[in-house]
Structures are given as C-alpha cells and as structure tokens.
Design a protein around this ligand. Structure first.
Ligand SMILES: [Fe+2]
Length: 291
C-alpha cells in the first residue's frame, strides 16, 4: 500500500533548517544580493524553513517558512521569478503591496519591488516558480526603498508586467466565494471519478491560458473518489486542516504531497473533511486508471 509515485512529507517530523543553512541552498545570484554581508547572518538567524520541493533545473521551490518576531528584510528587492505566499499564522507587511494577515495570499509576477517586515512573526507557505513559462530564475536584485511597488524589469504601464496570472498583492482567501465542485469542473476537463458533490474550490490565482493554478480545496466529510487515476500535470497539496485517507495512509495537518504528472495513485478519501492548499500545473483534469 502507500502512494506509488508521489512524494509525501510530514512537516511535523522534519527539522527546521536555520536561515543560515537555507543560504547555502540558494542560487549564488540570490545569495550574494541579500544585503550587507555583516548583517546577513544576524538577520537570517530569525529565518527558518522546511523545504517541501526544490527543482535544481528550474530553481523552482516551495518552503514552509517562519520569520521570527521583528524580522525585517535588509533591503528592498525584486526577483526574476514569480514569488507566491499563503499565510498560515501571524502577519507580515510587504512594503509597496499590503499588510497581510493569516489566510491572505499573494502572487507577485517578476520584477515588482518589495520588502518584508513582521512585528509578531509570521508562518507561511512560500514559493518561487523559477524558470518556467510563468517566470525566470530565483534571483534577487537589490532595489532602493523609494521604488517599493514599482517594477524593476518591465514598465508598470505595460500589461506584460502582470505576468501570467496578474499582480495579486493581497488575496483575502476568506472573502472568496467557494465554487461548487460541479461548477469548477466545467472549466477543468474531465474530472470523472472525483467526488464533485463533496468538493468546493477557492481559486487563489490562475493562469487563464494554461490552467495552472493555486487553489484551496475543501473536501466535505465523507469525500470519496470513485477510482484510482492520474492527473495530466503535476499536483501538490498541503493539508491545512482535517485530513485525507490515501493509499492506506492518513495524512493530517502539515502533510505535503507532490504527485508527478501522469502518476496513477489510489482513490483519495476524507472521512472527517479537509482543507487543502493545492498547486496544480495546468487544468485539473483527471483520468480514471484502467480497471
Ligand atoms: Fe521576495
């Protein structure tokens, strides 16, 4: 039993990496642009993370990040990559963008100049798309503070500065409508075998050309997929609350799953219900496995 192809991480059993360890995993173009060298060490002691996903080819990554109370970026900056975050606890002020609270989400296309600072501390899922159809490598350019909210790479008046999904500075997830599963499925291709009656979806960001998306999936108690099957694209999920039963195992709060494109896995169920943060690399079509 167990999942056959997917990678499963229980973040509760992973140690935190200190910010100083994290520095070593960064691309040199990022690492060397963090600010005055003598301050970097003290500042990164307030930063810790658990890496959920890292693709060395594209520099694409997803981390569970904690910034301690009083953390403040040493400089304003921007990236060639999309940066994306969902706040699990605490709050953070992003200069040029907004004051984000628990449950808020952002998707920042390449080039937008920002600076993060938190008084009480913050925990978030933090991602970089890296080199893909949606962005460039995970680099870091130091920018001057008075340019907060401007774009360093593309004129803000140019629609191209909106990137592939738009500039979403602060999406308050709790204020988005839940799309019923049956309605959501109309835009996704075949979802045969999904339990659409027990599914609802909040779309946090979406690429309208490719279907690539970041969503909250709410599984009602008793959710039960009809069959094993596969998605055409890779699929990632982080359990926010509740839990799912999948491949003979139970995945509760804090479990992360990366499912490769085309990977046949068992039907998923949720007896008690679940709230999932999911990233999907295209339309969420689903094909039942041959019996
Ligand atoms: Fe950033």
């Amino acid at each position: 039993m167990g999942l056959q192809h997917a990678t499963v991480l229980n973040t509760h059993s992973m140690p935190w990496e200190s910010g100083l360890d994290y520095l070593r995993t960064l691309a040199p173009a990022f690492r060397d642009n963090l600010g005055p060298a003598d301050l970097v060490e003290a500042n990164f002691a307030k930063y810790r993370q658990k890496n959920l996903y890292l693709d060395p080819q594209t520099t694409r990554r997803l981390d569970l990040v904690q910034l301690e109370a009083g953390y403040s970026d040493l400089t304003h900056c921007c990236h060639d990559s999309v940066e994306e975050g969902f706040l699990l606890a605490g709050n953070v002020t992003l200069d040029g963008e907004g004051a984000l609270q628990t449950g808020d989400y952002f998707w920042r296309p390449p080039g937008w100049i920002h600076h993060a600072q938190t008084q009480p501390g913050v925990e978030l899922l933090l991602g970089f798309e890296g080199q893909s159809n949606e962005s460039g490598p995970v680099s870091r350019h130091v920018c001057s503070a008075h340019l907060a909210g401007a774009n360093h790479l593309i004129a803000a008046s140019d629609e191209a500065s909106l990137g592939s999904r738009g500039r979403l500075c602060q999406v308050t997830a709790s204020q988005l409508v839940w799309q019923p599963g049956e309605a959501y499925a109309r835009g996704e291709g075949a979802l045969a075998g999904f339990d659409l009656a027990h599914l609802s979806v909040r779309v946090l960001s979406r690429n309208p050309s490719t279907g690539q998306q970041t969503v909250l999936l709410r599984l009602a108690p008793g959710y039960q997929q009809a069959t094993a099957g596969f998605h055409a694209v890779w699929w990632q999920m982080f359990v926010l609350t509740g839990g799912v039963q999948w491949g003979g195992e139970h995945f509760g709060e804090g479990v992360f799953v990366h499912r490769p494109a085309g990977a046949v896995e068992a039907a998923m169920a949720s007896a008690q219900g679940a709230l999932l943060y999911a990233k999907i690399d295209g339309w969420m079509d689903f094909t039942p496995a041959a019996p």
